[in-house]
Design a protein around this ligand. Structure first.
Ligand SMILES: Cc1cc2nc3c(=O)[nH]c(=O)nc-3n(C[C@H](O)[C@H](O)[C@H](O)COP(=O)(O)O)c2cc1C
Length: 203
């Protein structure tokens, strides 16, 4: 069973969740491919944002292609929340899938999403739903983060984690990295998605 984790990350938070999701899916026996969604900003744009050591290592991750999607049994998409939506990089990539949509190439594959936002109530769930909407148009079977992951009920500390998918809160300047609870949510989601894909794959 092949699980593809395709994500975009500017500062590293979504990437950190992606790695935890990978751990969870591997724990379920899946073969996992961690890939990145191509950049659409110019080098100049990126320089103006004064970013970052992280971008160097992010660029070493293989780029997700349309073939990567076709080969996967489950596709988990990670996109930071931008203006209450998935980031433009992910939207642009998904908007290029017209042929796969027409061919029904992703119909019946398991889909799931995760995100990072700057603030605690900055639109994480809306961003995840925006990915889910596209997945449904592509005929995918959308899977979230069930409440059997008890960590999403915590109120003793600030935490991400929603029934729509794993999340983290990055802080206004990206100063907060994912907490242990948020990473546990991501591992849970990875395992959960892989287990559902395995069940669907059984004849
Ligand atoms: C163009 C833009 C729009 C953003 N919009 C939001 C937003 O609507 N809500 C929010 O909480 N954070 C917002 N942020 C902050 C990002 O969500 C934050 O930088 C991101 O989660 C960090 O993830 P990364 O480290 O994976 O890049 C925005 C950032 C940018 C660059």
């Amino acid at each position: 069973m092949n699980v593809l984790i395709a994500h975009y990350s500017m500062l590293g938070h979504t990437n950190r969740l992606a790695e935890a999701i990978m751990q969870g899916a591997k724990g379920e026996g899946a073969t996992v491919f961690l890939m990145r969604i191509p950049e659409i900003l110019t080098e100049e744009d990126i320089k103006q944002r004064a970013i970052s050591e992280f971008q160097k290592s992010f660029k070493e991750i293989p780029i997700c292609t349309q073939d990567s999607l076709i080969e996967a049994d489950a596709i988990i998409l990670g996109a930071p929340t931008y203006l209450g939506n998935m980031c433009a990089q992910m939207q642009y990539f998904l908007n290029s899938l017209g042929k796969l949509w027409r061919d029904g190439a992703l119909v019946g594959k398991v889909g799931s999403a995760f995100t990072s936002s700057g603030s605690q109530h900055g639109g994480q769930e809306a961003a995840l739903l925006s990915v889910h909407t596209t997945m449904l148009h592509l005929g995918m079977i959308v899977v979230g983060l069930p409440y059997t992951f008890k960590g999403q009920l915590r109120i003793d500390e600030i935490t991400g984690g929603t029934p729509y998918g794993a999340t983290t809160i990055a802080g206004q300047k990206g100063e907060r990295m994912p907490s242990e609870n948020e990473l546990a949510a991501a591992r849970f989601q990875g395992k959960h998605v892989a287990s559902i894909a395995a069940k669907l794959g059984k004849k």
